[in-house]
Design a protein around this ligand. Structure first.
Ligand SMILES: *Cc1c(COP(=O)(O)O)cnc(C)c1O
Length: 490
C-alpha cells in the first residue's frame, strides 16, 4: 500500500511513499499529512470471519489488509505487547453501563490511558525500521500528560531511538508526572518546563525550526521523527479497537451482526475518532460518530456550524486536559477524504494564515453525514461521573464523562452506543474524588485512596509503585534553555 498526501504534492517530495517512510517523516508536502491511497475494503465477511477472534488475530489480519512494508515477525512482536495489558486474552474489555450504552475501555495498558493502544506497538515498529536502515532517531514530544508516559514506556531501551519529552511542570497530574520522571533509561530524557502545555509545545516548535539544532543533529548523525498522532503509524493501530469493540458487542449478544451503532469519542487531536471513521469506511456498521469535547469546543462548532474558528479562541485548562487542544490535527485527514487534496490545502492554509476556515453548506452536510458533536463542561462532567457511579455502578474519568452528555443530547437512545473510555480513574483522581465526595484540593495519593474506598476498587500496582519509586529525571528548566538541554542529552 502506498501513501499519498492530504495537501497534494509539492514536486520536491515523492508523490507517494511507503508506510515506513510515512512513519519516519510524517510531515508531507505543504505541511500536510500522509494517508493511505485507498482504504482496504473489509466488509461484513471480514467481521464474520473474526466473530470469535482474539484481539491479536483480528489486528494481524487487519494490518495485513493494509499491505504495509513491515515484516510479519515485527508485527507479531509489536502485537505481543497487548499481552502485557490487564487481561492478555482481551486487552480492550467492553462493558455494559446500562440499556443500549456500552463503554470500550482503552486504558488497560501500562500507563493507564488509551495512548498505549497505539504507542505500545508503534515503538516496536519504529525501532525496527530504524535498525533496518541503520539510522538513529530522536523523538521529541511535548505532552500535557498522557502521550509522554506512553511514549517513554514504549521506547524505553529500544535500539536506535531516543526520546526527549517535555511537560509543563505543575501542569500535569502527580501520577502523570511521576510516570515520566521515574522512567530510567539511557535513551530517555524528561524535561519539565516552567509554564503551561502551550509553552512546552511552542518551545518544541521553535526547536524544530532552529538551524543550530538541525546542524547539531546532523553532526550526531541523528534524524528527527514524531510520535504524535499525526503519525499514521499510530492511526493504523487505532482502527483495530473500533472493530474489536463492535465484535465484542456481537459476542455479548448485545447487537446482531450488521446492526449500526454510535461511536462516541472523547476527542482532542482526533486520532481516536479518525480510527473509527476509517473502520466505518472499511465496512464497520456505524450510525454516526459523535465527537465529545470539553470547554475547548472548536470541534463541536466545526461539526455543528461548519466553521473552524480560532480567532477568538484561547486554550483553557479543564478537568480533561488531554483534550485541551485547539488545532486538532487529524481533522485534516477527514477533510481530505471528503473534499480532496486541493480543497484540504486551501482550508488548512486558511487556518494557518487567518486562523479560520469555513465549509460551504454542501460540505458541512457531507461532514454531518458522518459526525455529530457536543461539549461538556468540567462541572457537568463531574455530575455525570457521580450520577453514573451512583445509578449504574460505573466509574469513569473526566474525559470519558464528556461523552455522557453528548450521548444524551445527540444520540437516538434506541440505537446502541459505544463510548470510548480513554483513561483509568487513577490518572485523574483528584477530579473524580471531588465529583464523588466533594473533597477539594486533595493530592493524587489521597484522592486515589478515597476513591478506592468509596468505589471499592483496588489501586493498580503500577500506580501505587510510582509514589515510592526513585525519581530518575530531575530536570526542570525555562523554555529558553531547552535546546541546550537536549543537545547535552544527545
Ligand atoms: C489523547 C487523549 C484523548 C484525545 O484523543 P485524540 O485521539 O487526540 O482525539 C482523550 N482522552 C485521553 C485520556 C487522552 O489521553
Amino acid at each position: 500500500m502506498k501513501f499519498i498526501q492530504t495537501r497534494g504534492n509539492d514536486a520536491t517530495k515523492p508523490e507517494t511513499v511507503t508506510f515506513s517512510e510515512a512513519i519516519l517523516s510524517p510531515i508531507a508536502s505543504f505541511g500536510g499529512l500522509y494517508v493511505p491511497e485507498k482504504l482496504p475494503e473489509l466488509g461484513e465477511a471480514f467481521l464474520q470471519k473474526h466473530s470469535n477472534s482474539s484481539y491479536k488475530v483480528l489486528a494481524k489480519d487487519m494490518l495485513d489488509a493494509f499491505e504495509i512494508d513491515i515484516d510479519s515477525e515485527v508485527i507479531d512482536e509489536a502485537l505481543d505487547l497487548y499481552d502485557n495489558f490487564d487481561d492478555a486474552s482481551n486487552p480492550v474489555p467492553v462493558v455494559k453501563v446500562k440499556e443500549n450504552l456500552f463503554v470500550s475501555e482503552l486504558y488497560h495498558g501500562p500507563t493507564r490511558a488509551f495512548k498505549d493502544m497505539a504507542l505500545q506497538p508503534f515503538g516496536v515498529v519504529l525501532s525496527s525500521i530504524a535498525q533496518r536502515l541503520n539510522q538513529n532517531y530522536l523523538i521529541l514530544a511535548a505532552t500535557s500528560g498522557d502521550t509522554g508516559p506512553a511514549a517513554l514506556e514504549t521506547f524505553k531501551n529500544r535500539a536506535n531511538v531516543k526520546v526527549a519529552c517535555m511537560y509543563p511542570d505543575g501542569g500535569t497530574s502527580d501520577v502523570q508526572r511521576l510516570q515520566m520522571v521515574t522512567e530510567d533509561a539511557d535513551n530517555l530524557k524528561v524535561i519539565g518546563i516552567h509554564g503551561v502545555f502551550d509553552d512546552a509545545q511552542s518551545a518544541l516548535k521553535r526547536l524544530l525550526a532552529s538551524d543550530n539544532f538541525k546542524e547539531a543533529l546532523q553532526k550526531k548523525d541523528t534524524k528527527l521523527s514524531a510520535a504524535n498522532s499525526v503519525n499514521f503509524g499510530r492511526i493504523i493501530f487505532q482502527i483495530i479497537y473500533h472493530i474489536h469493540s463492535y465484535l465484542e458487542l456481537v459476542r455479548q449478544n448485545a447487537i446482531s451482526m450488521g446492526e449500526k451503532v454510535y461511536l462516541n469519542v472523547p476527542s482532542g487531536n482526533f486520532g481516536n475518532a479518525l480510527g473509527g471513521y476509517y473502520a466505518w469506511k472499511m465496512g464497520l456498521p456505524v450510525e454516526k460518530i459523535i465527537i465529545s469535547s470539553n470547554e475547548n469546543n472548536v470541534l463541536t462548532r466545526l461539526i455543528r456550524d461548519g466553521k473552524y474558528d480560532l480567532r477568538e479562541s484561547e486554550v483553557v485548562s479543564t478537568t480533561s486536559p488531554a483534550m485541551d487542544i485547539l488545532k486538532s490535527s487529524n481533522v485534516e485527514r477527514v477533510l481530505f477524504d471528503l473534499f480532496g487534496h486541493q480543497r484540504t490545502k486551501e482550508l488548512m492554509f486558511d487556518l494557518e494564515e487567518k486562523n479560520v476556515y469555513e465549509l460551504t453548506s454542501d460540505e458541512l452536510a457531507k461532514l454531518q453525514e458522518s459526525f455529530d458533536a457536543d461539549w461538556c463542561s468540567g462541572e457537568e462532567g463531574k455530575k455525570y461521573i457521580k450520577a453514573t457511579f451512583e445509578k449504574d455502578g460505573y466509574l469513569m474519568d473526566p474525559h470519558t464523562a464528556t461523552c455522557m452528555k453528548s450521548y444524551e443530547t445527540r444520540s437516538n437512545p434506541a440505537i446502541k452506543s459505544i463510548i470510548y473510555s480513554t483513561a483509568e480513574w487513577t490518572k485523574f483522581s483528584p477530579v473524580i474524588a471531588n465529583a464523588l465526595t466533594g473533597e477539594v484540593d486533595t493530592k493524587d495519593i489521597e484522592a486515589l485512596e478515597s476513591i478506592s474506598k468509596v468505589a471499592k476498587l483496588k489501586i493498580p500496582v503500577m500506580i501505587q509503585e510510582l509514589f515510592t519509586k526513585k525519581i530518575a529525571q530531575k530536570t526542570v528548566i525555562d523554555k529558553d534553555d531547552i535546546e541546550k538541554e537536549i543537545l547535552k542529552f544527545l
